[in-house]
Design a protein around this ligand. Structure first.
Ligand SMILES: [Zn+2]
Length: 104
């Protein structure tokens, strides 16, 4: 895959996650119901949503890092051992910064 295609794939994934994060965040800030039993359920839902929001934020950061590395021509190079990361691995996890052996 060319560098331009990689950047495009990363940008698309990033845009998708930002939309998801905005949606999740919007759901969390909903006002609680006046019913106490309902409130407990809503709080549990909020905990799940907050967890999803955290994970999404981590993925967004990883994608931004990958885009920065792409700009610096460090993309596809393992951050630990300096070896090339295989194309197949980059296809599967475009935001990865480590080769298979270092990630293990
Ligand atoms: Zn490595």
């Amino acid at each position: 895959m060319s560098k331009g295609n990689r950047a495009q794939a990363l940008e698309l994934k990033l845009a998708d996650l930002e939309v998801r994060l905005a949606g999740v965040t919007k759901d969390i800030t909903k006002t609680l119901s006046s019913d106490f039993a309902e409130q407990a359920t809503e709080r549990e839902n909020d905990d799940v949503l907050e967890e999803i929001a955290r994970e999404t934020q981590v993925s967004i950061q990883q994608l931004k890092t990958a885009l920065r590395r792409l700009g610096d021509d460090r993309y596809g190079i393992c951050a630990s051992c300096g070896e090339k990361i295989s194309e197949g691995r980059l296809d599967a996890i475009p935001e990865t910064t480590h080769c298979v052996s270092c990630a293990a």
